[in-house]
Write a protein that binds this ligand. Structure first.
Ligand code: AMP
Ligand code: MG
Length: 347
């Protein structure tokens, strides 16, 4: 769904940049910005320079196409078909096969901290549904003292869901995907936005666009520099702050910046935050003192997979992993709002 399409000379910073936004204001540039809602996410694309509507329209057609392909909830999408297959082989698009292969690479690299078969746990915890329920004061009152029973799954439920979380059951042969556990299901929510941001960038470059910002719900990919030749400044949201409260800013050109954080989707019970990044080793929301992890690299799919994975791995193992990778940097923020940067992350 595309919400608006307007040629704007408006403020650079958009309140819709929920997680990571652009910092700074630019008043009189030749730019076109469009916002829509895809894959549960506010998407904003900003193109600089003299462009007609072709490139922007092309981006929104691609977003529509990828949503139809990768959504878990749209009947007939590749992911939906895989999840209904009960162990049988499913033929998918080249892109879906490619993305699942990439996801599996990151599962192997992170020893399963990143795992797209996390779905039974995502459904069991239903963090998004519960946080909306708790946002409704009447419903919260109705829960009364049974709240913990209603909100927190039992050990048995977690063990049962966990028994179907195992990325090694996923195999990809060409464009055929098979889950050898018939009860396993995949969820590309931790990696799809990065993949789509890269595809949009590729498309825009093919259209001759030299300066642009692609923001998929805080998953930011950039093309070139700002029109004046300076670097983009991507703001990193202060955890649990307002959407315009920035704790740090990253200068980059032609690179992607992606943040995973507890504050994006969570509910709080008795002082504990239960959030949407789940640890496949325990079955619980990853609990290691972090509130967010931001990854900087040229590839948005790499950023997306690694921000989720490093959140699960924690500060020590996550930063150790990043230091072994070329051209990938990370910024970890802990619960006490201390910032830890890997050796090449810009100050
Ligand atoms: P992100 O915002 O990119 O960190 O992705 C978080 C989303 O990825 C969650 O809402 C789940 O749909 C999914 N997810 C949660 N835990 C994991 C995990 N350990 N590995 C892969 N995907 C996950
Ligand atoms: Mg991610």
């Amino acid at each position: 769904m595309k919400i608006s399409h307007a040629s704007v000379l408006a403020a650079f910073f958009s309140g819709l940049c929920a997680v990571t936004g652009t910092v700074g204001a630019s008043a009189a540039e030749d730019k076109t910005s469009s916002t829509g809602f895809f894959l549960d996410t506010v998407v904003t694309i900003t193109l600089y320079g003299d462009t007609d509507s072709t490139a922007m329209d092309g981006c929104f057609s691609l977003l529509e196409e990828y949503e139809q392909m990768l959504s878990r909830t749209i009947e007939g999408s590749d992911v939906w078909n895989i999840n209904q297959s009960e162990g049988k082989a499913t033929v998918v698009s080249d892109e879906t096969a490619d993305l699942i292969e990439t996801a599996l690479e990151y599962s192997r690299l992170t020893d399963g901290a990143f795992d797209i078969t996390i779905t039974p746990l995502v459904d069991l915890w239903n963090i998004e549904g519960k946080s909306s329920l708790l946002a409704d004061g009447d419903a919260e009152e109705a829960l009364q003292e049974d709240t913990a029973d209603v909100l927190i799954p039992t050990d048995e439920e977690i063990a049962s869901a966990l028994s179907h979380v195992d990325y090694t059951v996923v195999s990809v042969e060409g464009t055929t995907v098979t889950l050898s556990d018939p009860d396993a299901e995949i969820d590309l929510g931790g990696i799809a936005k990065g993949y789509i941001a890269d595809r949009l960038k590729e498309y825009l470059l093919s259209q001759g666009i030299e300066s642009a910002l692609i923001n998929l719900g805080g998953n930011v990919q950039t093309i070139g520099t700002k029109p004046d030749g300076s670097k983009w400044k991507i703001g990193i949201q202060e955890p649990f702050g307002g959407s315009s409260d920035i704790i740090a800013a990253v200068a980059c050109a032609g690179a992607s910046v992606v943040t995973s954080g507890t504050y994006e989707r969570y509910f709080e019970l008795d002082g504990t935050i239960y959030h949407h990044i789940l640890d496949p080793a325990t079955g619980y929301p990853a609990d290691n003192g972090l509130t967010s992890v931001t990854i900087l690299s040229e590839s948005s799919v790499v950023c997306d997979a690694l921000s989720t994975a490093c959140f699960v791995l924690g500060l020590r193992d996550g930063s150790e992993l990043i230091e072994t990778l070329d051209n990938v940097e990370a910024l970890f923020i802990t619960e006490d709002e201390t910032l830890y940067r890997t050796s090449g992350f810009p100050e």
